[in-house]
Write a protein that binds this ligand. Structure first.
Ligand SMILES: [Zn+2]
Length: 201
């Protein structure tokens, strides 16, 4: 815990005074413009990558930045409840699904042995099966192709949520895809016209 307590002390000394007025204002409520859906991976932190201030990003992180299909009925819909809250209550204007390089969740989807010893993970990762299938004949870097395809799949699934499809069609909400390169710090953005990821310069 020493590392965390020391980090907090640094924050109180520098980050807190710098953003104090903003935090006081944010105590009255948040109205982030963006919902970011990203991986739990410690190397791909949206707040750092987008240089965000407190209150700017509503961040939902899960293994491999997966959006499950829209489902009704009982269940612990952790991911879907956060999406619903961000879109319906906070009224975010954009949803960005951000994948990343060397994603362990994608590795687990490509080789089911990876997740075999971890409770819950195999079933969660099975949501990526359509993305894995679409990249099955990829000749080059299949891992990277599946990371990109996983982002496309999550974006398609977002449109299966009626309240999202409705807002997108009315022009009230945008859906975007991205992928962070980790080793090179390079962000790729999904070009909607071509369906390809392009480097952000
Ligand atoms: Zn990951």
């Amino acid at each position: 815990m020493e590392r965390l307590i020391e980090g907090y002390r640094q924050f109180r000394k520098t980050g807190w005074p710098r953003e104090r007025a903003l935090y006081e204002e944010l105590a009255n409520g948040q109205s982030p413009e963006y919902l970011i859906i990203s991986c739990c991976d410690s190397r791909a932190d949206p707040a750092l990558i987008f240089n965000a201030r407190p209150g700017e990003l509503f961040v939902l992180r899960n293994v491999a930045n997966i959006v499950p299909p829209f489902e009704q009925g009982n269940g612990y819909h952790g991911t879907s409840s956060a999406i619903a809250f961000a879109v319906l209550q906070l009224k975010v204007r954009s949803v960005v699904v951000m994948g990343h390089a060397t994603c362990g969740g994608i590795a687990a989807a490509l080789d089911r042995k990876v997740a075999a010893q971890t409770p819950f993970l195999s079933e969660w990762i099975s949501l990526l099966e359509p993305a894995v299938a679409r990249c099955a004949h990829e000749d080059g870097d299949r891992h990277t192709a599946t990371e990109r395809e996983g982002v496309r799949l999550s974006l398609e699934r977002l449109m299966s949520f009626p309240f999202i499809a409705e807002r997108v069609q009315k022009g009230l909400l945008k859906l975007e895809g991205a992928r962070f390169g980790i080793a090179n710090g390079q962000l790729e953005w999904l070009d909607k016209e071509s369906g390809e990821f392009r480097r952000v310069e």
